[in-house]
Design a protein around this ligand. Structure first.
Ligand SMILES: CSCCC(=O)C(=O)COP(=O)(O)O
Ligand SMILES: [Mg+2]
Length: 229
């Protein structure tokens, strides 16, 4: 029998609702991005990510306004750009610290994370949101500060979530054999990539979505239903 020693979880659609990310976080960043860039353009990390965004788009000698328009378009397209995600994280920090919102987590998630920790499992996050954004998300969650639950965080600096190599890098970084690691996500293509790297997988299909008839991965309606293989 394979023993699961570590769980890596996605955020959007897995620990938390897609609606919170799409209807609260993305519009918050969209509204504030132009002023944020104008106000903080002298910060080296902001300069770095503006430059990276322009480079990713193949823009040579782009004006600040062109880069702002590019980033707004990427928010609308939900582009999983590392540069955009880094800048969004900086903007969301202001919102969390001002108490404008708290991050949604599904009702069973906090207790289940605590139970897995109590069972000795090591927990990690892998999301398209930047590591900074992930830490803020769980620090300011509706269930309180959940950051003590997690041993580490991975974002797209490790690689795209639909690529096998990203999961190979994650298991190497956490020092486990892939078959001892369970990856939880709501996106089949991410689960396919994780399975190709040898990880065990769990597909979160949260109501009102109907349970899939012939799932490619073990499917669960919530964290309490997850069976550790
Ligand atoms: C860290 S909260 C914001 C998440 C985000 O920006 C996003 O694109 C959602 O990606 P996920 O990989 O968690 O589905
Ligand atoms: Mg997801």
């Amino acid at each position: 029998m394979t023993v699961i020693r570590a769980i890596v979880t996605d955020i959007e659609g897995t620990t938390s609702s897609i609606g919170f990310v799409k209807d609260v976080l993305f519009p918050y960043a969209r509204k504030r991005l132009p002023a944020f860039v104008e106000t903080h353009a002298d910060r080296p990390e902001v300069q770095h990510w503006l430059h990276e965004a322009a480079r990713e788009a193949g823009l040579v000698e782009a004006s600040r306004q062109e880069v702002i328009e590019l980033l707004l378009r990427w928010i609308d397209e939900d582009r999983k750009s590392t540069a955009l995600k880094a800048l969004q994280g900086m903007i969301w920090q202001e919102g969390y610290e001002a108490g404008d919102y708290r991050a949604h987590v599904y009702p069973e998630v906090s207790a289940r994370l605590h139970a897995w920790r109590a069972d000795g499992l090591h927990l990690y996050v892998y999301s398209s949101g930047s590591v900074q954004a992930q830490k803020l998300f769980f620090r300011y969650s509706e269930a309180g500060d959940l950051t003590p639950m997690f041993a580490g965080y991975f974002d797209t600096e490790t690689g795209p979530k639909r690529e096998r190599a990203s999961y190979e890098r994650i298991v190497e970084a956490i020092g486990e054999r892939p078959e001892h690691v369970l990856f939880l996500s709501d996106v089949v293509e991410e689960l396919d990539a994780a399975a190709a790297a040898g990880l065990r997988t769990g597909w979160l299909v949260r109501p009102p979505q109907a349970p899939p008839e012939a799932p490619r991965h073990p499917a669960y309606p919530d964290f309490d239903a997850v069976v550790l293989p």
